[in-house]
Design a protein around this ligand. Structure first.
Ligand SMILES: C[S@@+](CC[C@H](N)C(=O)[O-])C[C@H]1O[C@@H](n2cnc3c(N)ncnc32)[C@H](O)[C@@H]1O
Length: 236
């Protein structure tokens, strides 16, 4: 992976639903599905992650904390922040990102058209501050981006939901290793929900071995299935 995110290896491309994504030529991979970036983000993370958690959790639904692995363009964050703002849910969102994009790249995605202007503007205006500390974007939403590799991430808090949005296993196998998944799941609360767009035998086995209940859920366009796992037990 290259670290210079202003470099020419990053290119905005349009996906099948008309929404943009970024193609990283060094990795040979897109930030989202070419079958539809917006649809993937809404389906895998917002509907199958956030909305599933809100419908099924036993705890109060006025507060939710989310950890994302691979913050990238912030599309998953933006759509999540919009739902939480509309439903008056307090959101604490931490995005882990080893190679943060420039402000220019972020604004060039055109994702402002999918959320009300104040949500979009608050993300752009607070992006730099969020890379340094937890930042309040509006009455309901707080964002922190941890500019670090997943393996080096630590946290004093645990999260209700984990959005696992690493590059595909064929391009970045180390992000899907037993070690990486075990490290990630240390940050999930009992009763928490882990979602990702992919499902493989290895991933299922690793997550089951950690004591979570694994479900196949219908996938985003172009993928038959995705993985959702629910943590029922307390892990250290
Ligand atoms: C599939 S993209 C994420 C897309 C993102 N969720 C979005 O909505 O734009 C994967 C992301 O993981 C980041 N990444 C790559 N290696 C990483 C690592 N070791 N730790 C944390 N993030 C990493 C990449 O820079 C990229 O932004």
């Amino acid at each position: 992976m290259g670290t210079d995110q202003s470099a020419s290896h990053l290119q905005i491309v349009t996906t099948a639903d008309g929404s943009n994504t970024i193609y990283n030529a060094l990795v040979g991979e897109n930030y989202h599905s070419r079958n539809g970036a917006l649809q993937e983000s809404l389906h895998v993370f917002v509907q199958s992650g956030l909305e599933y958690f809100l419908e099924n959790s036993n705890t109060n639904n006025n507060d939710v904390s989310i950890l994302e692995v691979g913050f990238g363009t912030g599309l998953n964050f933006l759509l999540t922040a919009n739902v939480c703002t509309q439903q008056q849910i307090n959101l604490i969102y931490t995005g882990i990102e080893a190679y943060p994009l420039t402000d220019e790249m972020l604004s060039q995605t055109g994702y402002g058209q999918y959320v009300p202007a104040p949500v979009w503007q608050s993300m752009l205006q607070n992006y730099r501050a969020s890379l340094k500390s937890l930042t309040q974007l509006n009455n309901y939403v707080q964002l922190q981006i941890a500019p670090t590799a997943l393996a080096d991430f630590t946290s004093l808090i645990k999260y209700d939901i984990i959005y696992f949005d690493a590059f595909a296993v064929a391009h970045q196998p180390e992000m899907w290793s037993e070690e990486a998944i075990t490290h990630t799941l240390k940050f999930l609360k009992p009763g928490g929900v882990f979602v990702t767009y992919a499902i493989t035998g290895n991933l299922k086995r690793t997550i089951k071995a950690l004591g979570l209940k694994v479900e196949k859920a219908p996938g985003a366009p172009g993928k038959r299935e995705m993985l959702r796992a629910v943590s029922n037990i307390s892990r250290q």
